[in-house]
Design a protein around this ligand. Structure first.
Ligand code: PA5
Length: 476
């Protein structure tokens, strides 16, 4: 089957199995009936219409990323080729959406021990994503990097985020001290074309710059230069990622919940929230997808966690996203999921065909309680454990559903990310919240500016100074 042929794309389509959300399988009390879904048809169709009508406008510029970047993609690929020739390390300086997307795609599509491979085997620079301002972490990074062979990519949409800009200041000073005028060859900026300070700094320094489109917020930015440049540097087929996203977009054109996986999952999560399921657990059964769960947590948490709805009503909407990894977390969290409060929906992500296989060796014949494993493969084991967990949760009446990837490749990752973005947009529309703002994040950012004496934040500083002082009697 030719890659990207219609038949191949169809074979690569993700599947969403929501049997275990239905009363028939999970029990009357927790599950949904066909009648429940029928009754919610108008709500689902309205959310679908809302997203369809607003796509490409305002903060929904991300819907068009699979289609409107052909020139930029060529520039990214050419830049990436040059970087691969010259450098051994590619370091992302960014936080939130600027870090979680690149990390998720790196883990999903590169060798799982990429940075430990030899240069020849890697065929691409090592990737480091620095998304904290822990001084020990920065010092340790600087301790291992050969700066001659390192290029940094500072990524910030606002061009103002304290964490990212402080990292930029630290690194740029080091680069200037070492390379003088050539420092700019070691720094690439990805930022908004017309907002914030980074763009001004980048112009003044003469940095190679990529732009984050206005209508693309941090957590929706993986499929623009934020994620595409690091991915291309790693040798990932970014055109295939975008093709996968476009394919999912096409699948989700339908307003019929039975045909649109993003819409049915949005509806099921929404109905679950209404039933008090305040926690959304994302549980991939594949190490490659471990950080997709992290990326999802930001997308889901920041987009839906809102105090007020679009009509100004106090709603305190949202669901707490939790990352879990199968099978690892079966041995830490499943006890709670199966027997704790009925407050969760668990999403499993399954992989049909792993890219490597390992057979479980023969041995221990005299110990049947061990030797039953022999002759099986690790992929059989991980998928059987997923089915077993699904069964265990279902029999305990715990809502769960499964998204299956035929395999993990650039196309299916594009599909998966785009599906989650659409699901989030549909759910936000159902909740009637502004999916694309993050006033809660801004609150913390502003308080940091105030503490550091940034101009314009004097009022916040005053409010913070006047906040009740902590009592020593409550500290032990
Ligand atoms: O989704 C968002 O917009 C945020 O979480 C941002 O990704 C995060 O705060 C970083 O912002 P910026 O890209 O402006 O540095």
């Amino acid at each position: 089957m030719a890659k990207f042929s219609t038949a191949w794309q169809k074979a690569m389509q993700l599947k969403l199995d929501y049997n275990n959300m239905m009363a028939e399988f999970i029990g009357e009390k927790e599950g949904f009936t066909d009648k429940d879904l029928k009754n919610a048809k108008t709500l689902a169709e309205a959310a679908h219409k809302n997203v369809a009508e607003n796509r490409g406008t305002g903060m929904m510029g991300w819907t068009e990323l699979p289609y409107n970047q052909s020139e930029i993609v060529e520039d990214i690929i050419a830049t990436a080729k040059d970087i691969r020739k010259k450098f051994d390390n590619f370091v992302v300086l960014g936080i939130g959406g600027s870090a979680l997307g690149p990390t998720a795609v790196f883990q999903a599509l590169c060798h799982l021990r990429h940075n430990e491979l030899s240069k020849k085997a890697r065929k691409a620079p090592k990737l480091y994503v620095e998304d904290n301002v822990d001084p020990e972490r920065m010092a340790s990074l600087l301790g291992v990097l050969d700066l001659e062979k390192t290029v940094f990519n500072v990524i910030t949409k606002s061009g103002a985020t304290s964490e990212t800009m402080s990292q930029y200041l630290i690194i740029m000073k080091i680069l200037k001290d070492k390379f003088g005028d050539k420092a700019k060859e070691h720094m690439i900026a990805t930022t908004s074309a017309n907002r914030g300070n980074l763009i001004k700094i980048a112009k003044a320094e003469g940095l190679k710059t990529f732009y984050i489109p206005d209508g693309v917020g941090g957590r929706f930015s993986e499929l623009c230069p934020v994620g595409l440049l690091p991915a291309a540097v790693l040798g990932i087929d970014i055109k295939a990622m975008l093709k996968g996203a476009a394919f999912m977009d096409k699948v989700c054109k339908s307003k019929d919940i039975k045909k649109n996986p993003a819409l049915i999952s949005a509806l099921l999560e929404y109905l679950s929230m209404k039933k008090g399921k305040n926690i959304s657990v994302m549980m991939p059964y594949a190490d490659s997808l471990k950080y997709v769960a992290d990326w999802y947590c930001q997308l889901w948490g920041e987009s839906l966690g809102k105090a007020v709805d679009k009509d100004g009503n106090t709603v305190y909407a949202g669901q707490t996203p939790v990352k879990s990894l199968g099978v690892t977390d079966q041995h830490s969290q499943i006890q709670l999921y199966r027997e704790g409060p009925f407050d969760k929906v668990i999403t499993f992500i399954a992989v049909e065909k792993f890219r490597a296989e390992v057979e479980i060796s023969d041995g221990c014949k005299e110990f049947p309680d061990v030797s039953f494993l022999c002759g099986h493969t690790m992929s059989e084991l991980i998928n059987s454990e997923r089915k077993a967990t699904e069964y265990a949760l279902t029999t305990a009446h715990r809502l769960n559903y499964t998204i299956t990837l035929p395999e993990v490749n650039a196309f299916t990752i594009g599909e998966l990310l785009y599906m989650f973005e659409l699901e989030t947009a549909y759910t936000g529309a159902m909740l009637n919240v502004d999916t694309f703002n993050q006033p809660g994040v801004e609150g913390g950012k502003n308080a940091t500016y105030a503490l550091f004496g940034r101009k314009g934040y004097e009022k916040t500083k005053e409010e913070m100074d006047n906040a009740p002082k902590k009592k020593s009697e409550y500290i032990c």
